[in-house]
Design a binder for this molecule. Structure first.
Ligand SMILES: Nc1nc2c(c(=O)[nH]1)N[C@H]1C(S)=C(S)[C@@H](COP(=O)(O)OP(=O)(O)OC[C@H]3O[C@@H](n4cnc5c(=O)[nH]c(N)nc54)[C@H](O)[C@@H]3O)O[C@H]1N2
Ligand SMILES: Nc1nc2c(c(=O)[nH]1)N[C@H]1C(S)=C(S)[C@@H](COP(=O)(O)OP(=O)(O)OC[C@H]3O[C@@H](n4cnc5c(=O)[nH]c(N)nc54)[C@H](O)[C@@H]3O)O[C@H]1N2
Ligand code: SF4
Ligand SMILES: [Mo]
Length: 733
């Protein structure tokens, strides 16, 4: 133990609750909520409270494992394991070219790890084939937000604004289970006289808090949003002056919405016209209002258009960029926001720069000390990458994800992983995916290493090391350092997180997600800094090398070239770079588009990739329960959480259960075009009679993702986790 109480943040979701870690009587650590952190104000959910159990779990990995000749994984030393990984990657590259090596990352990785992983792929492997699990998460909201506002930051305002607004429409979000300490923002909203509308095919514990619950058929949110916009226009509730001053594209969008008559929308969604009217009024009447989306509307093959339609509703009523108003996405993973900014995504360079932008390539290449031409172009999206394993992509390095449980059409993905020439996985436990690897690298966990994350608010936070990792374990940064060296790159992969962060600051200087004014010291002193936070005295690569920026696409590059030349890379001790306060609220004066205006998107309704038919008459949707996190790799190792939620289930309406002849707890088979899963029935009238719901936290027979449809959104490449067609079969117990 290095200190008595270490203030840090939870390893799990994007709320990044503040917690103190203190020594527990049993020799481990105890996590308690930090009252001084404004987001959770002392509250933690059961996952956060029990997170220390995974640190001392007997099933955590403490030695590398390598696949022996007999096919079993056996313990090995680090040198052997790392040699095998370097060899596996090098062999694929020599035989089939750089794009034969793939890299798959995760939104749970710290900013430093995500940055180093993206750099490793582009600089060491020279591959374009990198993507990450965030593609499965908020990518549709990111694509729509970026298109509309010129910038994607999940929430453009802090959560503290939520209770003070007039109305919130919460679309396909269940914070009662997925971010319990955040539920109080919505209950406070109602205590303050505001109203809450929840859109969810299930009457969740969140929906129970709402003034109005709309329960559309899964996959029809796009029609719902268009229907609301139609009503807003028909009832003369648009904000014409705002539309004129702050937006473009209204005429086409208005025309598209007018084709979506309320009666037509009722037929598609199952939400009645009076309910639609009531929702439109509740949203328009107060001076301020917000729409917040989560995975419900986003994880669809039309997720980007769906989010765009909700943004259209916000723009038409003059919400974004106004106090206590606008559109936001509730990002999911611990570093879901930062993880999408620093280069793990197939088309991206650090700072949300685009890999196709010559100026961005030049800037980042200069920080990395490589030629811009040496950087590969954009690669495949997550599912497409997994689908290409064993064909184009022959070797894979996977860090921070468990796709055997969490990817769509998981049995196929599992088979693709098995068909690889070489698979290396770094993890803290032997996840279902790690169990398929040729080499497993055991890494340190959150409380054993320092690093930064960026929460759903866009707040950059410092997670502090509270104890040393067990012997036999290394950090992900050490793994990348060692692999880079073995593959011929001796420099540029430091193992000290602060050193990585300082390089990240330079790489993001002048970028949309500008972290250059943020230092570890600043983060240690306060409860995070909201990006963008440019350095006043920009410590950019240009200033360091004394060369001028090569293009003028960055509007502030002029000021940057005037800064004095620096001789050190670390600016942690400098105060002159630390003046910018950060940006809790975006878009108040202008949007981040070239002309400063937000862009409407003229979208129209289309059906889901799979609609029910005679053979598969029921809709399946998937999601989460409060006790487990994601693929369950971590939380299934915690006794308390397992007793609270011991296994998968199929939630179905009493009418559907009666037709099937299934009683509570009876095993039910759910069959889709991809496969078959079996889990006990959980019968409840809180779900639509045409829909069943399964949580996706478990492997094996009850794995929800055996069933899900990998149909992709054309823009975000998000799979359709939230809608597919299934049939139910009774199973004799
Ligand atoms: N306990 C727990 N908390 C978590 C996580 C976890 O695994 N477990 N994961 C974290 C991560 S990474 C994420 S992304 C977030 C996710 O957070 P949420 O988005 O809140 O979680 P989900 O349960 O996936 O989906 C939310 C709701 O969408 C509804 N839904 C399903 N289909 C549709 C549809 O077609 N339309 C609409 N409007 N709603 C629909 C579901 O019924 C569900 O109640 O949670 C984070 N927090
Ligand atoms: N059917 C269905 N499927 C879904 C979803 C859904 O709603 N429905 N949601 C999707 C969403 S939103 C998400 S975000 C994905 C998430 O799904 P996954 O990507 O599988 O997420 P996790 O289970 O968090 O996997 C993280 C893995 O990395 C390990 N790990 C944790 N921290 C570290 C670290 O610092 N370093 C390393 N090397 N490893 C670490 C964990 O032990 C775990 O094995 O699932 C998606 N899948
Ligand atoms: S709500 Fe999220 S961040 Fe907070 S304790 Fe639970 S899992 Fe951790
Ligand atoms: Mo997620």
């Amino acid at each position: 133990m290095e200190t008595a109480a270490t203030p840090t943040h939870c390893p799990y979701c994007a709320l990044q609750c503040g917690m103190n870690l203190t020594p527990a009587p049993d020799g481990g650590l105890e996590a308690t909520g930090r009252a001084d952190f404004p987001v959770n104000r002392g509250a933690l959910c059961g996952k956060g409270r029990t997170a220390p159990a995974v640190l001392s779990s007997r099933v955590r990995l403490t030695s590398p494992l390598v696949r022996a000749r007999d096919g079993a994984l056996r313990p090995a030393g680090w040198a052997e394991a790392l040699d095998r990984v370097a060899e596996g990657l090098a062999r694929a590259r020599v035989a089939h070219g750089p794009d034969a090596c793939g890299v798959f990352g995760g939104g749970g990785l710290t900013n430093e790890k995500a940055y180093a992983l993206g750099k490793f792929a582009r600089v060491v492997l020279g591959t374009s084939q990198i993507d990450y699990n965030g593609r499965f998460c908020m990518s549709s909201a990111a694509a729509a937000g970026d298109a509309a506002f010129g910038l994607d930051r999940g929430l453009p305002f802090p959560l503290e604004d939520v209770p003070r607004t007039g109305c919130v429409i919460l679309v396909g979000a269940n914070p009662a289970e997925t971010m319990p300490p955040a539920l109080r923002y919505f209950t406070e909203l109602r205590e303050n006289g505001g109203t809450l509308i929840v859109v969810d095919p299930r009457r969740t514990r969140t929906a129970e808090q709402a003034d109005l619950h709309l329960a559309p058929r899964p996959g029809t949110d796009l029609a719902l949003a268009l229907g609301l916009l139609h009503l807003v226009v028909a009832e003369g509730r648009t904000d014409e002056e705002y539309i004129r001053r702050r937006t473009t594209g209204w005429r086409e969008t208005r025309a598209a919405a007018m084709a979506h008559w309320p009666e037509y929308v009722e037929r598609i969604t199952g939400v009645s016209v009076p309910q639609l009217r009531r929702a439109a009024r509740m949203f328009c009447e107060p001076e301020s209002a917000m729409v917040l989306t989560a995975r419900g509307p986003e994880q669809q093959s039309k997720g980007t258009d769906t989010v765009a339609a909700w943004i259209n509703l916000c723009l038409a009523t003059g919400r974004p960029g106004r106090p206590l108003s606008g559109y936001g996405c509730l990002t999911g993973q611990g570093n879901g926001q930062g993880g999408r900014e620093h280069g793990q995504k197939a088309d991206q360079l650090p700072g949300y720069r685009k890999l196709t932008d010559p100026a961005a390539r030049r800037h980042v290449a200069e920080v990395w000390g490589v030629a811009p031409d040496s950087l590969p172009g954009p690669g495949r999206s997550a599912y497409e990458l997994l689908d290409a394993l064993g064909t184009d992509v022959r070797a894979l390095l996977l860090m921070g994800s468990n796709p055997v449980v969490s990817a769509p059409r998981a049995a196929h993905v599992e088979e693709r992983l098995r068909s690889l020439d070489f698979l290396a996985v770094s993890d803290v436990v032997l996840s279902e995916t790690a169990a398929l690897a040729d080499v497993v690298l055991p890494v340190a966990q959150w409380a054993e290493e320092t690093g930064t994350t960026t929460s759903l608010e866009g707040r950059v936070l410092l997670r502090r090391r509270a104890l040393s990792p067990p012997p036999g374990v290394r950090t992900d940064l050490e793994v990348l350092h060692e692999l880079a060296a073995r593959l011929g790159v001796e420099k540029g992969f430091p193992t000290d997180p602060e050193e990585v962060f300082d390089e990240l600051r330079r790489a993001t200087a002048g970028a949309p997600a500008d972290y250059s004014g943020i230092t570890y010291r600043r983060l240690a002193e306060r409860n995070g800094v909201f990006w963008p936070c440019p350095a006043e005295d920009q410590p950019s690569a240009h200033a360091e090398t004394g060369t001028a920026p090569s293009t003028g696409t960055d509007t502030d590059s002029g000021t940057r070239t005037r800064t004095r030349t620096r001789t050190t890379t670390s600016t942690s001790t400098s105060t002159s770079t630390e003046a910018h306060p950060g940006t809790p609220r975006l878009f108040l004066d202008r949007f981040a588009t070239e002309d400063g205006r937000a862009r409407f998107a003229p979208v129209s309704y289309r059906a889901s990739a799979e609609e029910p038919d005679e053979e598969y008459p029921v809709l399946l949707t998937t999601g989460r329960v409060v006790a487990h996190y994601q693929s369950g790799a971590q939380t299934r190792r915690v006794d308390e959480l397992n007793s609270a939620a011991p296994g998968p289930f199929v939630e179905l309406h009493p009418r559907l259960a009666a037709r099937l002849g299934a009683a509570e707890g009876d095993p039910v088979a759910v069959v889709s075009r991809r496969g078959r899963a079996v889990a006990p029935a959980r019968i409840t009238s809180a779900i639509r009679p045409d829909t069943v719901f399964m949580p996706f936290h478990w492997p094996g027979e009850g794995r929800a993702n055996t069933l899900t449809n990998p149909a992709l959104d054309p823009t975000s490449r998000m799979p359709e986790f939230k809608v597919c067609a299934v049939r139910l079969e009774a199973v004799r117990p």
